[in-house]
Design a protein around this ligand. Structure first.
Ligand code: FPP
Length: 272
């Protein structure tokens, strides 16, 4: 099966560039979990002399297409960084707009999410989100919980250090209740993260050219391939996603060991 077969019934037919890139992809070597830092909405709007929120609105259209494309490519999990703990420092009007946009997205897109057999989950600290947002999220998660296709994790009010703090406290609670000897290993920590049950991301994409990880999935991206593109999130497209996937397929993933060729001839390994 070719990757392009998977996208035959997509919402928008493939254009020539997309079809060409997709033909180069090996559908058997796609990442299992893609994590994306969607960045550049504000700059996109600024360049068009529009208010920042226009960039966020355009960013939702990009998110919609990327979500559908990943689901059709049978990626197991997609995590999108939608709102960080640090984003509360933005003007109230922008925060309110982002919350409204999220509710609008959930309301409008739930049928499409369902159609694509996507299971939605939200990672972060929901308690600090507005009550209406929390109840919309709960409903959307409940309605999609039986879906068996891609898991879409939306990071909302998320910070990776806070996630680790929450995990350690949950582990301590568990230890207190269970008494006796209790040792923590890597699996214990992974099992108490918001992402428990998801594979670690093998590809981390960041748009808008910033070379930062920004407190995103710090534990989980230990071995992720990082791909940074200059494209601003609202301009990100299926073609740019396919380029990232092609680049991923060219990487030599060694997990601290040696690549096939080097393993035959060398004596010592390197990190990476
Ligand atoms: C960064 O742009 C983006 C965000 C703060 C996240 C908002 C994301 C969306 C609205 C996409 C929609 C996602 C879903 C899941 C519906 P920025 O404002 O930091 O850009 P700048 O760095 O250019 O100022």
């Amino acid at each position: 099966m070719k990757a392009s077969d998977l996208l035959k019934a997509a919402d928008r037919p493939l254009d020539r560039e997309e079809a060409r890139l997709l033909d180069e992809l090996d559908p058997r070597r796609l990442p299992q979990h893609i994590a994306i830092i969607m960045d550049g909405n504000g700059r996109w709007a600024q360049r068009r002399h529009l208010p920042r929120v226009a960039g966020h609105r355009a960013g939702v259209d990009t998110a919609r297409e990327v979500i559908e494309t990943c689901a059709r490519l049978k990626i197991s999990a997609l995590t999108l960084y939608a709102f960080s703990l640090e984003n509360w420092r933005r003007p109230k009007a922008e925060i309110d707009f982002l919350m409204r946009l999220l509710r609008e997205y959930l309301r409008k897109e739930l049928p499409v999410i369902h159609e694509n057999n996507i299971r939605l989950l939200v990672i972060g600290r929901p308690d600090q989100l507005p009550v209406e947002v929390r109840s919309d999220i709960k409903r959307a998660m409940r309605q999609t919980e039986a879906n068996t296709g891609m898991r879409l994790a939306v990071a909302l009010n998320y910070g990776a250090r806070a996630e680790l703090v929450d995990a350690f406290n949950a582990i301590l609670d568990h230890a207190r209740h269970n008494g006796g000897s209790f040792r923590v290993d890597e699996q214990t920590i992974a099992d108490h993260l918001y992402t428990a049950g998801l594979p670690d991301p093998d590809l981390l994409i960041r748009t808008s050219g910033e070379m930062r990880v920004s407190n995103f999935l710090l534990w989980q991206i230990a071995y992720a391939e990082i791909y940074v593109t200059e494209t601003l999130w609202p301009d990100y497209s299926r073609a740019r996603l396919f380029e990232a996937l092609l680049d991923f397929q060219k990487r030599d993933r060694r997990y601290g060991g040696l690549s096939g060729v080097a393993a035959c001839s060398a004596g010592t390994g390197t990190r990476g």
